[in-house]
Design a protein around this ligand. Structure first.
Ligand SMILES: Cc1cc2nc3c(=O)[nH]c(=O)nc-3n(C[C@H](O)[C@H](O)[C@H](O)COP(=O)(O)O)c2cc1C
Length: 344
């Protein structure tokens, strides 16, 4: 049966700025994390976890495409390689109001390789190009590709340029490049995020060789100064693990990357702003830890960080009064913080 392609509204959203992006992270960058991250930075471009085209088309739409409007600007990351299915999903993404559709060509998991999803597609630039072309034809959203600098057996700079060249010819103007290769056999996805060495210079060279393309660098960025330094060579940075484990780092992002001098919410303000969101989730039958598991790093590097983390993880599981624990913890942390930490 042919797939139904929804009618396309004209995309009303301005093109998102990708100077600072928060990476798609399966099981981590869910809607709760994104709501929380958005309280800390108004401008960072947030990405969903990868959703396969099959899940979008055949699964629960609200689960796979639903988000809170506050999360915008928000990009949907798709996993897939069938052009017609990608086109259907891109049109649905536009209908759902996403600011961008991103195709995952970086994930090395065996499970996805079997379905021609993720990093294995670096060996099939023709297929990626076909998918991009189909998505461009199906919607007005920017279509971007997140990929590696290579995969084992196909890791020369010429092959990387061939990939980028073919996908660009299909209409992709933005490439988010994880600056290490993926090794498709023998390493777990986690090892594939650490073991192949980072080679930022390859991404910088790509920008020099394709100056008209928007190139976003990703991988191993953990310090704000090294992130801003990257802007000398590329158009933006994408940060994953550091933005998850040390989320308050994003409090500097609006000032440093978007020239927005308005003060960010303080950490305690963030706790207070999350409270009504948590209450709503509880009222809908959700569990508090679905949300608070993403907040454990909020006080990273400050006195009381361990107390906060412990209370919000192990103690939370033992109480039948989660909100009372949350309020107590908010009080504890405001008392522990010097006044300057509350507001900065
Ligand atoms: C828990 C976890 C899940 C991830 N899931 C995805 C995913 O769904 N799609 C994707 O393109 N990359 C995924 N990644 C990779 C990140 O987007 C990013 O490329 C990688 O972590 C390197 O960036 P970092 O060093 O800043 O974390 C995941 C990473 C982590 C840690």
């Amino acid at each position: 049966m042919p797939l139904e392609t929804p009618t396309q509204p004209v995309n009303p959203r301005p093109a998102p700025s990708r100077r600072f992006c928060v990476a798609p992270m399966m099981d981590w960058s869910d809607r709760h994390y994104r709501y929380f991250a958005r309280l800390i930075s108004r401008h960072a471009l947030l990405y969903t976890e990868m959703v396969t085209t099959g899940a979008v088309i055949h699964g629960d739409r609200e689960r796979f495409l639903g988000y809170n409007p506050e999360e915008q600007p928000l990009a949907l990351q798709l996993g897939g390689s069938n052009a017609q299915e990608l086109a259907t999903c891109a049109a649905l993404a536009q209908e759902a109001g996403f600011a961008e559709v991103n195709l995952n060509v970086g994930c090395p998991s065996d499970r996805v390789q079997n379905n021609l999803i993720g990093a294995c597609l670096m060996a099939r630039p023709d297929l990626v190009a076909e998918g991009v072309r189909a998505m461009k034809a199906a919607c007005d959203l920017p279509i971007t590709v997140k990929h590696r600098i290579g995969i084992n057996g196909r890791d020369s700079y010429e092959e990387l340029c061939d990939f980028v060249g073919q996908v660009h010819a299909a209409g992709c103007e933005t490439f988010i490049v994880h600056a290490r290769i993926a090794i498709l056999e023998g390493l777990s996805p986690k090892e594939n995020r650490d073991i192949p060495p980072l080679r930022y210079e390859v991404v910088h060279q790509l920008k020099r060789d394709f100056p008209g393309l928007e190139i976003i660098i990703n991988g191993g960025l953990s310090q704000l100064d090294t992130m801003t330094e990257q802007l000398q060579y590329v158009d933006g940075v994408m940060v994953g693990r550091e933005a998850y484990h040390n989320p308050y780092l994003m409090a500097e992002v609006d000032r440093l990357f978007y020239d927005d001098q308005r003060p960010a919410l303080g950490r305690i303000d963030v706790l207070n702003a999350m409270r009504p969101y948590i209450v709503r989730h509880l009222e809908q039958g959700g569990m508090m830890h679905h949300i608070t598991r993403h907040m454990l790093g909020l006080f990273q590097g400050l006195p009381g960080a361990r107390h906060f983390r412990r209370e919000l993880s192990s103690s939370l599981h033992r109480t039948d009064q989660p909100l009372a624990l949350y309020d107590q913890l908010t009080d504890d942390m405001s008392r522990r913080l010097a006044p300057r930490d509350c507001s900065a």
